[in-house]
Design a protein around this ligand. Sequence first.
Ligand SMILES: Nc1ncnc2c1ncn2[C@@H]1O[C@H](COP(=O)(O)OP(=O)(O)OP(=O)(O)O)[C@@H](O)[C@H]1O
Ligand SMILES: [Mg+2]
Length: 348
Amino acid sequence: MRILIAEDDPFSLSMLAAVLKRHGHEVVETVDGAAALAAMQAPGAPALAILDWMMPEMDGPEVVRRIRALPTDRPPYLIMLTCRIAKSDIIAGLEAGANEYLAKPFDAGELTARVDVGRQMVEMQAAKAEINGLRQRLSMSEQDERRRIAASLHDCTVQDLVAIQLNLNRAFKMLGDTQPAVREILGDCAALAESNAGELRSLAYDLHAPWLQHGGLLSGIQEYARQFSIRTGISVSFDAPPAIPRLLEMNEIALYRVMQESLMNVHRHSGANRAWISISISNNRLHMEIRDGGGEAPDSFEPPPGSASGVGILSMHERMKAIGGSLQICRTPEGASSLAILPLAENK
Ligand SMILES: Nc1ncnc2c1ncn2[C@@H]1O[C@H](COP(=O)(O)OP(=O)(O)OP(=O)(O)O)[C@@H](O)[C@H]1O
Ligand SMILES: [Mg+2]
C-alpha cells in the first residue's frame, strides 16, 4: 500500500520509512505539513498517512482537519505519531479527524499492526464506495429502462389501442340498427380498448415520471399526489417549502419512487381516506414524510407470511441507502409513517 509519512525529523523519518518498506509498503516522504497536504490531494494520493504533530508550515492536526474537509467517498486512514501524549492532545488529534494516535518512540510491531488495521479500513471504504457506485448506476439504468418502456407503451401500444377503439366505433356505426348482437360485442370491445388505453397511459406516466423530469421533485410529487387522489379517492395534503434546491437526478428519482411506493402502500394496506406528504429541510438534511390516517398500523411492516410480494419497503430502503440517505417506517397514533432523510451537503 502507498503510505505517506509527514515527519520533519530526518532520523525518525528514515526509521519509519525503513519499517514500512520492510513490510512491503511504498512510502511517500514529506517533511512539512503543507507538502503532506498537497501529496494527499494529488491524483493517486496515498490511502494512509502517518503524521507528526509539530511540523513546519502546518501542524499535524491542521493537516488532518484539511484532509477531512476534502470531498471524497474514500477517506484516507490517518495515524498521528507524536511525542505529545497528554490526554488533551490525544483527544484533540482524534477530534481533528485522526483514526489512530500513537506515541513516539514507536514500537515497530505495534506500528505495523496499526497500519494493517488501517489497510483493512481502507479496503472496506473502497468496497463500500464501489457498492454505492453500483447501486447508483443500477438506479439510473432502472430509470432509463422505465422511461424506455413508458415511451414504448405510450407511443405504440396506447396509440394502437386508440386506433382499435376508433375502428370498432366505425364498424359499430356502419352496422346502423342491424345486428344488435354484433353491435353489443363491438361496443364491449371498444369500451375495453378505451379503458385499457387509459390504464396504460397512467402506467406510462408512473413509469416515466415526466413531471419529475421537467419540474423537479416538488412539482413531480405534487402532480403525482394529485393524480393519485383522483385515481384512489384518498385525499393527499402536500406541505413543502415554496422551493428547494435541485438535487442530483438520481436523488430526485429515489425520493420520488419512495413517495410513489409509500402512497401505493397507503392505498393497498392502510384503508385510509387521508394521507399527508411533507417535505422540509433542516440541518442540511431533506426530510420527506408520507403519513396516513388509516388507524391501527401493524407492529411490523412485514408482508404476510407466504406472500409473494413484499419488496416495496425493502426496495425503498435500498434506494435511500444508495444515495447516502435513510428510511424509517413506523406506526403513528393515526396510522403509518415513512420518513426518508437525505443529507444534502454532498447530494446537491
Ligand atoms: N401504510 C401502511 N399501512 C398499513 N400497513 C402497511 C403500510 N405500508 C406497508 N404496510 C404493511 O407492510 C407490508 C410490507 O410492505 P411492502 O411494501 O414491503 O410489501 P407489499 O406492499 O405487501 O408488496 P409489494 O410492495 O412488493 O407489492 C405490507 O404487506 C403491509 O402489511
Ligand atoms: Mg408495497
